[in-house]
Design a protein around this ligand. Structure first.
Ligand code: ISJ
Length: 282
């Protein structure tokens, strides 16, 4: 059998089974709205760090990969050209909770959620840019435990959103919050791209799957109220809060999101050229 040339999508025909990594966070719900597993399509759910590993190990075929991993493994990966999970300014779900002011975090012990790769790298970029040095402690994402043991705690995804909305006191005191999307914007005036859909370079996604993902995104964004209501119920938050949250994301990897991705790549891989980040011609 003739191998599928790199750079070209797999042709339609009898459907091979593709394993799609589905990040278990509300912010990606509009990207797979109405898309369901079935013949030729399996869903593998997980947090970003799990799905990143599985993609690189060839255990899944296409996933939203943390942008820092896309940059680190750029020699082996290609991304869909028009999909992102990005924000211009605050993201509301990638948050550093801290006891002392941001400017006073030098020497702090910072608990890092083991779920995220990109946000950890982003936090390090932001601290470095501010001339702050900290010690990092990987931990499960539980704010009480993290802030009980450390001076600051990085959370992402649904748990971060819930905690940011709740702004609850811990031990009688409410922690300060720094939104890393907002901090990135203050530093660069660019969007921050948290994730892109990517596959291994030698395993192009089928045209059919890509078409289904585009249709799912149109459906999800077209019915954002319904997506928000479904997600709000799972999160225990009000639908209007969730709709506002989802409406803030940039899902199309437009030029500013690519510029933001490259600016981040330059900070985690100094000297990188834009052409080293590769995209499927789909
Ligand atoms: C902004 C977020 O986006 C997620 C953050 C990711 C990361 O930090 O590695 C990966 C996928 C995204 O769904 C979030 O979950 O809060």
């Amino acid at each position: 059998m003739r191998p599928t040339p790199v750079g070209a999508p797999a042709r339609c025909g009898a459907r091979r089974t593709e394993r799609l990594g589905v990040v278990a966070y509300t912010n990606v719900a509009p990207l797979h709205w109405g898309l369901a597993p079935g013949p030729g399509l399996r869903f593998v759910r997980g947090v970003p760090t799990e799905l990143n590993r599985q993609l690189l190990a060839g255990e899944i075929d296409l996933t939203l990969i943390s942008s820092v991993e896309f940059v680190r493994h750029r020699d082996r990966l290609r991304a869909l050209p028009d999909f992102s999970v990005a924000t211009l300014g605050p993201v509301y779900s990638v948050t550093l909770f801290h006891w002392r002011p941001w400017e006073a975090l030098s020497g702090a012990r910072v608990a890092l959620s083991t779920d995220s790769a990109t946000s950890v790298a982003l936090l390090k970029v932001l601290l470095r840019a501010a001339g702050l040095r900290a010690t990092f402690v990987p931990m499960a994402p539980d704010l009480d435990v993290m802030l009980g043991r450390c001076d600051a705690a990085l959370l992402i995804g649904d748990v971060a959103l819930r905690e940011a909305v709740a702004r609850r006191p811990l031990g009688g005191k409410t922690p300060l919050m720094t939104d890393l999307g907002a901090a990135w914007y203050a530093l660069t005036k660019l969007p921050f791209t948290f994730a892109v859909w990517a596959s291994l370079e030698n395993r192009p996604p089928s045209e059919r799957l890509v078409a289904e993902l585009r249709a799912a995104r149109e459906a999800g964004l077209g019915q954002l109220g319904a997506v928000a209501r479904a997600e709000a119920e799972k999160l225990g938050l009000s639908p209007s809060v969730v709709q506002r949250y989802l409406g803030n994301f940039r899902y199309y990897l437009e030029t500013p999101d690519r510029d933001g991705l490259l600016a981040f790549a330059e900070r985690v891989a100094p000297g990188i050229r834009a052409s080293e980040l590769k995209f499927w011609a789909l």
